[in-house]
Design a protein around this ligand. Structure first.
Ligand SMILES: CC(C)(COP(=O)(O)OP(=O)(O)OC[C@H]1O[C@@H](n2cnc3c(N)ncnc32)[C@H](O)[C@@H]1OP(=O)(O)O)[C@@H](O)C(=O)NCCC(=O)NCCS
Length: 178
């Protein structure tokens, strides 16, 4: 599936994207705050594309202007989410390379994935989360209509080997339809 917004193309990841992925995912300001380790080499990025980013409804964020791969956005449905959701509910996750922060690219991508979730996939409820202190991600969720739901404290996060506090936000289909 290929999705399109005014400035972006959202399309499946390809192994050929490994060098672009490494360029942005090797920056320590990106992965750890989102819950995954810094990429250590182009080869490591290629493995991540094969093992993680090839999952259904996971998209490379590509700038229409330059065709450059600059970030990632994904929808994890039901049991595939980090939240053990029912099958009509999904969780959205995202990141974008530091040079592209602050231009509203991720909210633009999130709004399209929300549309896909409710219109095409007929989901009933969407969830997002951000770790304590990640104000930038909190803002994305607010701007896209997600509303604070609850906080999970002392959550073990095996991928980073630490314990975190995660704030969870929610967007029910009915709220989006209004
Ligand atoms: C969170 C993130 C995806 C936001 O994407 P984005 O396309 O920059 O989103 P926006 O342009 O809407 O910016 C969101 C907020 O980030 C902050 N921000 C923007 N540019 C910034 C910059 N250069 N430096 C610091 N903060 C900045 C602003 O508070 C902005 O909110 P505002 O619109 O109310 O001013 C991006 O910062 C990112 O990838 N961060 C690291 C990974 C991550 O946190 N992923 C989410 C895990 S839950």
């Amino acid at each position: 599936m290929i999705l399109e917004t005014k400035r972006l193309i959202l399309r499946p990841w390809q192994e050929a994207d490994a060098a672009d992925l490494y360029k942005y995912a090797s920056n320590p300001e990106v992965g750890p705050i989102a819950g995954w380790p810094v990429h250590t080499s182009v080869e490591n990025s290629k493995e991540i594309i094969k093992d993680v980013l090839s999952k259904p409804e996971t998209y490379a964020v590509v700038l229409k202007d330059t065709r450059e791969v600059v970030g990632s956005i994904g929808l994890m449905i039901g049991k595939d989410s980090n939240m053990d959701l029912p099958k009509a509910e999904g969780e959205i996750g995202y990141w974008i390379g530091v040079p592209f922060w602050g231009q509203g690219f991720i909210p633009e991508a999130v709004r399209e994935l929300i549309r896909r979730s409710f219109e095409d996939l007929k989901l009933q409820k969407l969830w997002c989360g951000y770790f304590d202190g990640n104000i930038k991600s909190k803002r994305v969720q607010e701007k896209c209509g997600f509303v604070y739901h609850h906080t999970e404290e002392n959550k073990p996060w095996p991928l980073m080997g630490d314990i975190r506090t995660e704030h969870i936000t929610c967007l029910p289909r009915e709220k989006w339809e209004k």
